[in-house]
Design a protein around this ligand. Structure first.
Ligand SMILES: Cc1cc2nc3c(=O)[nH]c(=O)nc-3n(C[C@H](O)[C@H](O)[C@H](O)COP(=O)(O)O)c2cc1C
Length: 149
């Protein structure tokens, strides 16, 4: 059987959003989906985004916004045909946490993706409950990918 493939792309300043992305990837891999995890700066050309069944994008929230390299990834993604692909969005935050929802909305409205799960903003990603929720996020996406039509 060919395994489904997912790409997790994150941007972070202090590492919390990377930690969430890695936990989501673990949830995917534990449930039969191949997952690559990349920092937004590693995504430089259209082909870096090609060939996956699911895309999960994440950014920390700073000053009410997603970080600029995630904005750049979304502009790049507009040039790649991602419509109909499965999507999710996540990010660490302190109090308002706008970034995951903004990313999610852009993936839905501009990229035309099939957003299979609501965004995941997490406040303290090292706490056991948050770890569980992030892995669960990956598991749910894996189930959507491997479910029979
Ligand atoms: C200068 C500064 C501005 C911030 N602005 C926001 C904000 O507008 N809303 C929010 O929810 N959190 C805000 N935060 C908190 C960060 O989102 C939080 O620390 C998060 O865990 C950082 O994630 P990272 O480790 O992935 O960079 C801000 C933090 C700093 C240092």
């Amino acid at each position: 059987m060919i395994m489904a493939r997912a790409l997790v792309v994150y941007d972070t300043l202090k590492g919390a959003t990377r930690a969430i992305g890695e936990l989501i990837a673990k949830g995917l891999m534990d449930n039969g989906v191949e997952a690559d995890v990349k920092k937004a700066v590693e995504i430089v050309k259209e082909s870096d985004l090609a060939g996956y069944d699911a895309y999960i994008f994440g950014s920390a929230t700073y000053h009410g916004e997603m970080m600029s390299s995630m904005k750049r990834v979304l502009f790049l993604a507009e040039k790649v045909r991602l419509n109909g692909k499965a999507g999710g969005a996540f990010g660490a935050y302190g109090w308002s946490g706008e970034a995951p929802r903004r990313i999610f909305d852009t993936m839905y409205h501009i990229l035309g993706m099939r957003m299979v799960i609501e965004p995941l903003p997490l406040k303290s990603p090292s706490e056991p409950e948050a770890v569980k929720r992030a892995e669960e996020y990956g598991r749910v996406i894996a189930e959507k990918l491997t479910a029979l039509p």
